[in-house]
Design a binder for this molecule. Structure first.
Ligand SMILES: [Ca+2]
Ligand SMILES: [Ca+2]
Length: 321
C-alpha cells in the first residue's frame, strides 16, 4: 500500500473540532513488503484534538514513512487546550526518515506530543532516522513531550538521547503557507535529507537530489550570491586598526527571504557570524554592515573573506574576498 502525494490543509478552518490529517486504522496485511507513506503535506491549525499523521495498524507488516511534512500551527490569538499528536505511530516496524515535524501553538492546557508511540506488545517501535523536529515557541501552561514511547521524552535533548538517531532541530520557514508553497526559506534546514531509493521525486513531481535531498515533502532550491565585500582602508594602516565590514548579497530566488546568515573572517580565522534579519525581495540585493568591526593585528597583507554562512543549492557564488 502506498499513501503518497496528499496535501491536507486547513481542516476545520481553525475551529475546535477534532481533526486527523491522515488517518490509517486497522490495515491488516502480511507479506514481506512494508507500506509506504511518503511526500504528504499535513498542515493543520485550530484548537481541538489534533492528530497529524495517525497510523494504528499493528497487524500489518510495517510502514516506511519518508519525506512527509507535518505542521501543527496556531491561528493568531488561538489557544490549544486539547491533546495534539503530530505523529501517532501505532505499528510494529519500519523506517521513518527525512520528515519535517513542525509546530507553533499556544498550548494553554493539555498535552502536546511530537511523537506518540505505545507501550504494549512491541507496537510503536520504529527506526527513526534523520528527521527534523522543531517545536517553535510552544508557550502556555500545557505540557510538551517531544516523544512518548514507554517513557516520556520531554525535551528535544531527552529525545535525542533516548529515541531514534540523527535528529535535526532546525527552524522552519515556508515561502508562503497561505498558497501551500512549502519550499523553505530557512538556510539551516536545506539539503539535509538522506537519499532514499524508493522516493526520488517530491510532492510536486520535482526530481529530488540523489545526494542531498531536502527534508519534508517539498524539494526546493535556495540560492543567495555574494556580490561584494564592502570595506575601505588606506593602503596601509597601523596595528590594531579597526573598521567596519559590509557585505552585499543578492537574493537569486523568486521569493522573498529573511534571516540570511552571513559571516566574515580575517586571514581565514576568527569567523564573525551574523544574520540579516530583514526580508530581501526576490531578485533584490541588500548591503549589510556587520555589527562587529574587524580589528587587524597581523603585520603585512590581511585578507578579509565575507561569505554566506549557510547551506544553499549553489555554493559557487557564496563568497567574495
Ligand atoms: Ca535543496
Ligand atoms: Ca549561493
Amino acid at each position: 500500500m502506498k499513501i503518497t502525494g496528499n496535501r491536507v490543509f486547513n481542516l476545520d478552518n481553525g475551529g475546535s473540532a477534532s481533526k486527523y490529517g491522515i488517518y490509517v486504522y486497522g490495515y491488516y496485511a502480511g507479506g514481506s513488503s512494508k507500506s509506504l507513506i511518503a511526500n504528504n503535506i499535513i498542515d493543520l491549525n485550530g484548537a481541538g484534538f489534533t492528530y497529524g499523521l495517525y497510523v494504528y495498524a499493528p497487524f500489518a507488516t510495517g510502514f516506511n514513512v519518508i519525506h512527509n511534512t507535518v505542521n501543527i500551527i496556531k491561528n493568531p490569538s488561538q489557544n490549544s487546550t486539547s491533546t495534539i499528536y503530530a505523529m501517532y505511530t501505532g505499528y510494529t516496524e519500519g523506517l521513518i526518515q527525512n520528515n519535517v515535524i513542525y509546530s507553533n501553538v499556544n498550548k494553554s492546557a493539555g498535552r502536546f506530543y511530537g511523537i506518540y508511540g505505545f507501550d504494549a506488545g512491541g507496537i510503536g517501535i520504529n527506526n527513526w532516522d534523520n528527521n527534523n523536529m522543531y517545536l517553535d515557541d510552544i508557550t502556555g501552561t500545557g505540557t510538551v513531550y517531544h516523544a512518548y514511547h514507554n517513557a516520556t521524552y520531554n525535551s528535544y535533548a531527552d529525545m535525542v538521547a533516548g529515541f531514534g538517531t540523527d535528529w535535526i532541530n532546525e527552524s522552519v520557514a515556508y515561502v508562503d503557507r497561505s498558497t501551500q508553497d512549502y519550499r523553505m526559506t530557512a538556510f539551516g534546514i536545506g539539503n539535509l535529507g538522506k537519499p532514499y531509493a524508493g522516493v526520488t521525486t517530491d510532492v510536486n513531481g520535482v526530481t529530488r537530489s540523489a545526494t542531498t535531498p531536502d527534508l519534508g515533502a517539498t524539494e526546493y532550491d535556495l540560492d543567495f550570491s555574494v556580490t561584494s565585500i564592502d570595506i575601505s582602508t588606506n593602503a596601509s594602516e597601523c596595528g590594531n586598526f579597526s573598521t567596519s565590514v559590509g557585505i552585499t548579497v543578492k537574493n537569486e530566488n523568486t521569493f522573498a527571504v529573511a534571516n540570511v546568515p552571513v559571516a566574515y573572517d580575517i586571514n581565514g580565522s576568527g569567523k564573525v557570524s551574523e544574520v540579516i534579519t530583514a526580508s530581501i525581495a526576490a531578485g533584490a540585493s541588500s548591503s549589510y554592515t556587520f555589527d562587529t568591526e574587524a580589528t587587524f593585528n597581523t603585520p603585512g597583507t590581511n585578507v578579509v573573506n565575507a561569505f554566506l554562512d549557510g547551506n544553499d543549492d549553489n555554493t559557487s557564488n557564496n563568497s567574495d574576498n
